[in-house]
Design a protein around this ligand. Sequence first.
Ligand code: BGC
Length: 377
Amino acid sequence: MTNELGDLVALARRSVDLITSFQDVGGAYPASPTFPVYQFSWFRDGAFIADAMSRVGAQRSADAFFDWCTRVLRARRDQVLDLIARKGTNIERDEFLPTRYTLGGSDTAEQWWNFQIDGYGTWMWALIQHSKRHAISLEPYREALELSAQYLCAFWSLPCFDWWEEHPGEVHPSTIAAVSAGLRAAASSGVLGAPLESQCNTVCAEIELVLRTDAVVDGHLTKSVGRTDTDASLISCFTPFETLDSASDLSMSTYARIAHELAPDGVHRYLADTFFGGGRWVVLAGFVGWHEVRIGNIEAASRRLRWMHDQATGEGFLPEQVLTHALHPDRVAEWVQRWGPVATPLLWSHAMYLTLGCELGLWGSELSTDATARSSS
Ligand code: BGC
């Protein structure tokens, strides 16, 4: 092993340890254990964290998170069924399922930009991959998968907050791609009954049509339907969600625009981003790098992994974003004043580092603490 590879692997091991040590006993992952407003569990962050842990062989960590999601959804069965019954009536945004919960699975007390639906697709997508990877029965998850699928089939087309918890008045390609990935995975798992399965397939076809038509301007996807700018989260429509084909012209031109405008090494969310001044995000370097592996640009992907590695603090913590070269440096101070320094460590950043390294073939299940425990027991 060269020293360089040794350094990369050391941070991967550190990432597994950090995620393991901060996971709550009930299975929830805090987005960041040290950043006050992120000491909660998001379906979006958590699903990608569980996916990474599943890949590196930490099966029990991923199981515990999916069990937590299942308890959260089952506890809200009546709420979900009531919302579905009221579909088409005037439902207030705050009546929908929230995006973040306390680690114990309760709703949070403070106001948040809660109506986001992507996480309810992403967790299903991640769970079903996990179940295939580790040969796990989906039976214990059936009710929660059904609730999630019914909820998304009913409400996927409503405007809601995006991956960045902004722009609630628009429909976002990266949101509906996550919905479609979750519904497609659930429908093909065989765990939903035939009527719900066919409803999911119909919605997936509708989403694909929106993505190919309303969400395209000048040959590339746009940040939201009705806009013309780009957003790095759009890469998820191709990688990992495969809602659209990675080898298509639409993929190539969407990637080219993201790479040109937003992704020198670390990746900005979008040009007008002013949150902490609009820094370069570690998670997005992971997603863009993952896509680069998929389209065969291994050199670019390896550079992104190295960049992610180089953002770690002396303690081996990866931040949410890096503020050098922020797009709007004059907007940094107001956020530091409001919420404190950038969230560090952000567990989703560690997860994407793990996933990109797996995709590059640098590590896999040998990293897992679960695997070590299994082989030594
Ligand atoms: C990001 C979300 C993320 C949350 C917790 C927000 O600032 O925009 O994507 O889920 O932080 O990490």
